[in-house]
Design a protein around this ligand. Structure first.
Ligand SMILES: Cc1cc2nc3c(=O)[nH]c(=O)nc-3n(C[C@H](O)[C@H](O)[C@H](O)COP(=O)(O)O)c2cc1C
Length: 339
């Protein structure tokens, strides 16, 4: 079974290819600090045998929070709590990454000023963002760098740059949200500049031997938005600045209903894998090892993420491995429960 085989990217060795993708818990106090819930939540998936566990979108500055209860990594005070999550996941045999994020115009944290490449709001329920001036751009880039330094101090195995779901980096990438006339807007090349410069800052602090993932929205669900091919082109323009893996998602750039069904993003994942030649994490309503196995075998992804499935059943990997008679190591304490 390919899905239960290990994979090595740079010095990160995963025991299987199942990934828990970043999922906001909206459970921090307004200080962005880790709570006992986070430690239990992430540790449980490590006990359940998940190969790679991603910590939810974690804000690089207060105005980059989606909600006032997001996790934060904008101050050194955040390191201690994050370190506890990492320690606990490692102790239980898991590998762990963190998604570094800035919500841009989609921040609903009312105390903070919100920022975007252009002053266009998401919909009537959102505020009109401040157009980022060049000093705002410098500040956010620097905050990504400082956040990376803290992620390294906390001991994470991988960092993910959140370039998806219509948050700040994605807002620069998309013509739907970026109407700037300067060097950060216009052509695909200019729209990829902010991402490229963020990567340049991040790689100043992140060890070369540890991988960096970029999460992208491979479909924008609008005729005037980026196509999957455009996204692949952007990745190709910036990948030498330090992208090792692409985590393929979709949507969130504009307010619209998406028709979802098992595997709805897999064709986009295949295109991105083929055009960028980078390892890909694929997923979206994957709830079963059969589809996961198909994804790897048909080269639509190298790893498969299962989000809501692993919220419902943190032990899915252990359960399916015993169902399939695959020899995954179980926690010693649970050996007697093995079928
Ligand atoms: C509760 C919840 C919170 C989420 N938060 C994030 C997030 O912080 N960052 C992100 O990139 N995606 C986030 N997502 C999207 C998931 O990572 C994943 O792409 C999506 O749920 C589709 O995969 P699934 O069908 O396996 O759940 C979230 C999804 C859920 C259900």
């Amino acid at each position: 079974m390919k899905i239960f085989e290990n994979i090595k990217i740079k010095n990160l060795e995963l025991k299987n290819r199942v990934v828990m993708p970043p999922m906001c818990m909206y459970t921090a106090e307004e200080d962005g600090l880790v709570t006992p819930w986070h430690i239990t939540h992430y540790t449980t998936r490590a006990v359940g045998g998940v190969g790679l566990i991603m910590v939810e979108a974690t804000a690089v500055e207060p105005s980059g929070r989606i909600s006032a209860n997001d996790l934060g990594i904008w101050s050194d005070e955040h390191i201690e709590g994050l370190k506890k999550i990492v320690y606990s996941v490692h102790e239980n045999g898991g590998k762990i990454g963190i998604q570094l994020a800035h919500a841009g115009r989609k921040s609903e944290s009312l105390k903070d000023q919100i920022y975007a490449p252009s002053p266009i709001r998401f919909n009537e329920d959102y505020r009109i963002p401040k157009k980022m001036e060049l000093d705002d751009i410098e500040r956010v880039k620097n905050n990504f760098k400082e956040a990376t330094k803290r992620a390294q101090k906390a001991g994470f195995d991988l960092i993910e740059i959140h370039g998806a779901h219509g948050y700040l980096i994605n807002e620069f990438m998309s013509p739907l949200t970026n109407q700037r006339q300067d060097e950060y807007g216009g052509s695909l090349h200019n729209r990829s500049r902010f991402l490229k410069e963020v990567l340049e800052e991040v790689t100043k602090e992140w060890p070369k031997e540890k991988p960096i993932t970029l999460r992208v929205s491979s479909l924008e669900y609008s005729k005037k938005g980026n196509t999957t091919e455009n996204i692949a082109e952007i990745i190709n323009m910036v990948k030498d600045r330090g992208i090792d893996i692409v985590n393929v998602s979709s949507g969130g750039v504009i307010y619209t209903k998406i028709n979802t069904y098992p595997g709805y993003q897999l064709e986009a994942a295949r295109i991105i894998k083929e055009k960028t030649k980078l390892p890909v994490m694929a997923g979206g309503l994957v709830t079963d090892w059969r589809l996961a196995e198909e994804i790897i075998n048909n080269k639509r992804g190298d790893m498969v993420y299962m989000g809501r499935k692993l919220l419902r059943n943190p032990y899915y990997v252990l359960n399916s491995s015993s169902e399939l008679d695959v020899d995954l190591s179980w926690p010693e304490q649970y050996e007697r429960a093995r079928i």
